[in-house]
Design a protein around this ligand. Structure first.
Ligand SMILES: Cc1cc2nc3c(=O)[nH]c(=O)nc-3n(C[C@H](O)[C@H](O)[C@H](O)COP(=O)(O)O)c2cc1C
Length: 198
């Protein structure tokens, strides 16, 4: 239960939301907003909306010069934690999200708490996408929160912009609680800002 967490941080945590779907009425976006609403008394969640601010395909030049890219990287760097959601496409994350993640490096993500949610239409939908995102995050030395939510049979679970099944509400609430807990613990040790000698 959220109320049982002792989260007496001096300020609200800044949590960036990144959604890998550009679909109107996206189930993934609904799931991310459910998590964000659940933690709103503890965290300021803000969308890095890849539809409103579409990032060009990755090139080194875009990384250096494109204002949307520069802003995206900056917002990620300044967030205390990141909540990432994606639809599963062909057993993996979407190209839109992968392209956005290609702009990031350990400079922004090392020791950053990352919560993952994936959505898929199939019976086991979302699991492949979670694995793929975990692997990317491991590569970037991010702190991936072990509890992740796969929302299978997405169009039964999410209808008319709402999560309708209690089992999945519970899963998303657990993601939210773990995100807060991890982020609070990491922030209190200030590990994000420590330089550990090799
Ligand atoms: C190109 C493409 C590939 C897909 N591949 C999978 C898949 O591998 N597994 C699955 O469960 N669903 C798959 N789906 C279905 C989507 O994951 C599902 O419709 C999801 O709810 C879409 O998320 P959104 O509403 O946030 O856009 C695929 C959909 C598309 C368009």
């Amino acid at each position: 239960m959220l109320s049982e967490l002792k989260l007496d941080q001096p300020r609200k945590l800044r949590v960036a939301l990144v959604c890998g779907s550009l679909r109107e009425g996206s189930c993934t976006k609904v799931a991310l907003e459910y998590v964000a609403n659940y933690i709103e008394s503890h965290a300021d969640a803000f969308h890095l909306d890849l539809q409103l601010a579409p990032l060009p395909f990755f090139t080194e030049q875009n990384k250096q010069e494109n204002q949307l890219v520069i802003e995206f990287i900056d917002q990620i760097k300044n967030a205390d934690a990141i909540l990432i959601g994606t639809p599963e496409y062909h057993g993996s994350l979407t190209g839109v999200l992968k392209n956005a993640l290609d702009y990031l490096s350990k400079d922004e993500l090392k020791n950053k708490p990352i919560a993952l949610v994936a959505v898929g239409a199939g019976q086991y939908g979302g699991i492949g996408a979670l694995d793929a995102m975990s692997s990317i995050m491991k590569n970037l030395h991010a702190l991936v929160i072990p509890y992740q939510a796969a929302i299978s049979s997405s169009h039964k679970v999410i209808q008319n912009g709402e999560v309708v099944l209690n089992e999945y509400k519970s899963r998303l609430e657990h993601v939210a609680e773990q995100l807060l807990l991890f982020t609070k613990r990491i922030s209190s040790t200030d590990i994000q800002h420590q330089t550990v000698a090799a």
